[in-house]
Ligand binder design. Sequence first.
Ligand SMILES: Nc1ncnc2c1ncn2[C@@H]1O[C@H](COP(=O)(O)OP(=O)(O)OP(=O)(O)O)[C@@H](O)[C@H]1O
Ligand SMILES: [Mg+2]
Ligand SMILES: [Mg+2]
Length: 534
Amino acid sequence: MDACQPGRKKYLPPPCYTATFLSDVVILSPPVKKNAPQHLIGVVGLEIHAQINSNTKLFSGSSVRFSAPPNSLVSFFDASLPGTLPVLNKRCVEAAVMTGLALNCSINRKSLFDRKHYFYADLPAGYQITQLRRPIAVDGVLNYSLLGGKKRNQVIRKTVCIKQIQLEQDSGKSLHDDVRSQTLIDLNRAGVGLMELVMEPEMSCGEEAAAAVRELQLILQALGTCQGNMSEGQLRVDANVSVHRPGEPLGTRTEVKNINSARYLARAIDYEIQRQIDVLQRGGTVQNETRTYDSKSGETIPMRDKEGLQDYRFMPEPNLPPLIVYEDNASLPTGIEACQAVVVQKIREGLPELPSVKRDRLVQTYGILPEHSFTLVNEDGLVEYFEAVLRATKKEPRKVIGWVTNELLGHLKLHDVSVSQSPISPPALAELLELQETGHISSSVAKQVFQEMWRSSGKTAPQIIQEQDLGLVSDAAQLHSICQKVVDSHPDEVQAIRNGNKKVLNKLMGLVQKETKGRADPVSVRAILKELTS
Ligand SMILES: Nc1ncnc2c1ncn2[C@@H]1O[C@H](COP(=O)(O)OP(=O)(O)OP(=O)(O)O)[C@@H](O)[C@H]1O
Ligand SMILES: [Mg+2]
Ligand SMILES: [Mg+2]
């Protein structure tokens, strides 16, 4: 693909890398040409709302559950009945601190809550409690990687700064019933804890944004602070997009909302960048507005004018004291027990292995390719599966990886099954690979046995090999007679080999394997065929 050319239909980013998606991994090719300075380029800043993985809401004891009957998880506080007061959920604070630490943020020892007013049917209080003046975490960095290069195996490392992470309440949901022209309100989601992550405008195209979101999703899942399922709304991304000429001030941004997958995010951003370039090139101006992405048409459409709606009448939340977190147990004031407080040091010590560290470790420890480390880490539970197979077999990691990322993952995707539901357990796969490694079965038979193990779920590799008589035929007399039969019935091929066309030997080898259903020992067969055709 060429570098960015304003005026083209699909926007191709100039300063970064052109890209395509391969399964969940974003694959980029290197930049082709340096962009001419007069060209307009895209600027992207993301705001991400991550639903905190907690059993109860941010300020009330109501349960949090996706797809519960409407209005079944609503306390008096969530419905904003007079006289009710917020009680901060410690688990939500810990989740925000943990997320901040994983994203290299500074954790504010004291943060504040504010009211942000807007009037919407699914926000019964008429305001949302958020953190405007002093959020819980600030000044972080998200490191993410892309695969690029000609062979798409070069890891390109990128960074985007995180301005802040703030704790805030989710709103309820409005359900529009067009038939009866009415709007129904479900308050189950009202008051669920959110972390809003605000990124600096430092990305330049849809693919970069999608890769950053994918990395964030993996980090949140590794931490357990958010389940990160975009289609269930646990991770909601708003893309702020503008265009400008390099070296000049940033252009007016539009904000694209309602994007529910990483793929759509990339498409929406690239569409929006190209739309703005087209507007400016026609002599128009970009409006500061909120737009929505229509996945059917692939276009962004205006939702409402942002300018008129921006007065949120922020004010300090009077019913909540400042939120204080402590560095370590030694800094706890007298009278406050460690179990009552949020202690940063304790959370830091409990941080799990993050995806980027995991990928580097896999490449270094097992000598696998970087793209394989992406595939492993992208699939929940696949790293653990791979390592469990390795523990149970002497086969080299580099030979096992293909089985896990091709055979196993291929079957899992085809049947829409998660790793934990795989009918073939790691020890069962290890047993199969061990039989191949020790020369009991050929590699093509191993694949056959794998499929049979998947289908029969429960039968072991040795059982299947015995029942179907799939063991490697290495009996010299038996192999000799099969080879002789093939040679006798293919005189033209034998003549071709004798005339010097050695490649034809492979055809005869294939015929012997067909005869033995892939069970013949290839080394012996080659030797016998050479002898018979010499
Ligand atoms: N010129 C620009 N082009 C692209 N993105 C921008 C530009 N200026 C700011 N941004 C991005 O816009 C976002 C602003 O988010 P922020 O939460 O601070 O304000 P907001 O969008 O006005 O508030 P709200 O939370 O109500 O949507 C950030 O992600 C930032 O990176
Ligand atoms: Mg915001
Ligand atoms: Mg915004």
